[in-house]
Design a binder for this molecule. Structure first.
Ligand code: AMP
Length: 207
């Protein structure tokens, strides 16, 4: 199964994607985590991405599309994957459709986590305070001003993807304002209702 977990920054996508990975046996693909790992390792991609990520801007489409195109060829993606933080632009959504179609695959469901803006800002402030209290460094892009920039980028660049998936009838909404376990329960109910797509081979065999 191929799941897109969609929502604004700090909606809780990372936490829920991890749970989906654990419960449903699909790989967890977070472009944010992959970019942070590339930055920490000082790779060419990391060098290109560092300043953009830290300022709350998007990394160019060709970089993240390349990362995902390569990642989905790994063995652990064979039984499916949940995308967390990708696609983030209409171009990325179209590129994803194209790369999946090349493998006779498609996104099965887009789970939208709805959380209001004031709650998101509060969550990030709390997350930063908790991290500081543990004596750990706060993510540069979790600084309140940078976070507001990320929210603006979400509204301008990422939210416009929704009509793309509405047209495909793939959107399912969950209430991301609820406590974490309730959100998980809503997501599990959505996943339970998704009919697995027939692969081209079984379609060809069974008609
Ligand atoms: P995240 O951890 O998903 O909030 O991502 C952190 C940052 O990584 C974002 O603010 C962007 O700078 C960058 N990033 C992650 N995913 C993407 C993507 N699909 N397209 C462009 N930039 C991304």
């Amino acid at each position: 199964m191929i799941i897109v977990l969609f929502g604004p920054p700090a909606a809780g996508k990372g936490t829920q994607a991890k749970r989906i990975h654990e419960k449903h046996g699909v790989a967890h693909l977070s472009t944010g985590d992959m970019l942070r790992a590339a930055i920490a390792a000082g790779t060419e991609t990391g060098k290109k991405a560092k300043a953009l990520v830290e300022a709350g801007h998007l990394v160019p489409d060709e970089i993240v599309v390349g990362i995902i195109a390569e990642r989905i060829t790994a063995k652990d993606c064979a039984s499916g994957f949940v995308l967390d933080g990708f696609p983030r632009t209409v171009n990325q959504a179209v590129a994803l459709d194209t790369m999946l179609a090349g493998k006779s695959l498609a996104v099965d469901v887009v789970i939208v986590m709805a959380v209001d803006e004031a709650t998101l800002i509060k969550r990030v402030e709390n997350r930063a305070a908790e991290t500081r209290a543990k004596g750990e460094p706060v993510r540069a892009d979790d600084d309140p001003e940078t976070f507001k920039k990320r929210l603006a980028v979400y509204k301008a660049e990422t939210a416009p993807i929704l009509p793309h998936y509405e047209r495909q009838g793939k959107i399912k909404r969950v209430d991301g304002m609820k406590p974490m376990d309730e959100v998980t329960a809503q997501i599990d109910a959505v996943i339970a209702g998704v009919k697995p797509r027939k692969s081209w081979l079984s379609k060809w065999l069974t008609g």
